[in-house]
Write a protein that binds this ligand. Structure first.
Ligand code: PBG
Length: 334
């Protein structure tokens, strides 16, 4: 047993030598030794495109987010470009929904038009498209429903057609979020067949069936009209299965992979970072965003600090970039 040390007595394995607080004393020192940095390029802003003109409809559960007609969407991106954010990801909300999600792969669908308009206005803005059917089906499921469940293989054709139509419109990246088996291979083959071998795939590889998508489904009007998505999205308790999903998507040709949601799944991001040497994205989903806003509105937490702390934690876990509704606000602070 060593007794308390005299100040200046360094003769033994002395207590006072190790004082981690020394490097926390000033903001200058803290900045010098900071391990994880945030930059505007790390953020991708999700945006919701609707048909019509002059539409800027607030999404109640997601403060500061709107359903935007294409003219408004173009205006909305001006600041994103000047802030230098990493990109935007587009979701379409069509007027007309049907059993076959025809709006998802229509050449003049709302997302396809939005991509054309954005790439014309800002050729250097990276435009990613979400490839899924749930916003376009009358029942809100992510594919063709047969006997009350989504039929996997026929759905692949819709996804491949949607991805090709996005690429034709000028999308820089396509991002399938449906969780059908084999969709990356189907999309890759279709893109290549149509001359889009240069368009990369960001696969929502580990996407969980999560309650945190609640506000998004209001925003995108895509809540399933019956049942839920548990037969295709992943079960929250499973981590090894996420690694298997990622591995399969990479084998099928995914260029980048995504973990979604982010904050409740930091262990998945971390393990994916350890195992796979491809760019990893994480999606800080609508519910994560709205919870922070709700608590801040109540005066329970500081909005800016909660925003930055959550974003840095997602990066620290190992994500290279973050899809986040805070993209603009966070970039403004940096
Ligand atoms: C599916 C899709 C969803 C989200 C992104 N893509 C919703 C879902 O799977 O129900 C959720 C994003 C969010 O909550 O912010 N097209």
């Amino acid at each position: 047993m060593r007794g308390p040390r005299e100040v200046g007595d360094n003769s033994d394995m002395p207590f006072p030598i190790h004082r981690p607080r020394r490097l926390r004393r000033t903001e200058g020192l803290r900045r010098l030794v900071r391990e994880t940095a945030l930059a505007p390029d790390d953020f991708v802003l999700p945006l919701f495109a609707v048909e019509g003109e002059g539409v800027r409809k607030p999404i109640n559960s997601m403060p500061g987010n709107f359903q935007l007609s294409i003219d408004e969407l173009v205006k909305e991106c001006e600041e994103c470009v000047s802030l230098g954010i990493g990109g935007v990801i587009l979701f379409g909300i069509p007027k007309h929904k049907d059993e076959r999600a025809s709006g998802a792969y229509a050449e003049d669908g709302v997302v396809q038009q939005a991509v054309r308009a954005l790439k014309t206005a800002y050729p250097n803005l990276t435009v990613i498209t979400d490839v899924c059917n749930c916003e376009y089906t009358s029942h809100g499921h992510c594919g063709l429903v047969v006997d009350g469940d989504v039929a996997n293989d026929p759905t692949l054709e819709w996804l491949a057609a949607a991805a090709v139509s996005h690429a034709r419109a000028g999308a820089d990246v396509v991002a399938p979020s449906d969780m059908m088996d084999g969709r990356v291979a189907a999309i890759r083959a279709a893109l290549d067949r149509n001359g889009f071998e240069k368009v990369p795939i960001l696969s929502y590889a580990a996407k969980y069936a999560s309650c945190f998508y609640g506000p998004f489904r209001d925003a995108a009007e895509s809540a399933p009209q019956f049942g839920d998505r548990r037969s295709y999205q992943m079960d929250a308790p499973n981590a090894r299965e996420a690694m298997r999903e990622i591995e399969l998507d990479l084998e099928e040709g995914a260029d980048m992979i995504m973990v979604k949601p982010a904050l409740a799944y930091l262990d998945i991001i971390h393990e994916a970072r350890r195992r796979f040497d491809v760019p990893i994205a994480a999606y800080q989903v609508s519910g994560e965003f709205s919870m922070i806003h709700a608590a801040a509105r109540n005066g329970w937490i500081d909005l800016e600090r909660a925003m930055m702390e959550s974003l840095v934690s997602i990066r620290r876990a190992g994500a290279d970039f973050v899809l986040t509704y805070f993209a603009r606000e966070a970039a403004r602070l940096l």
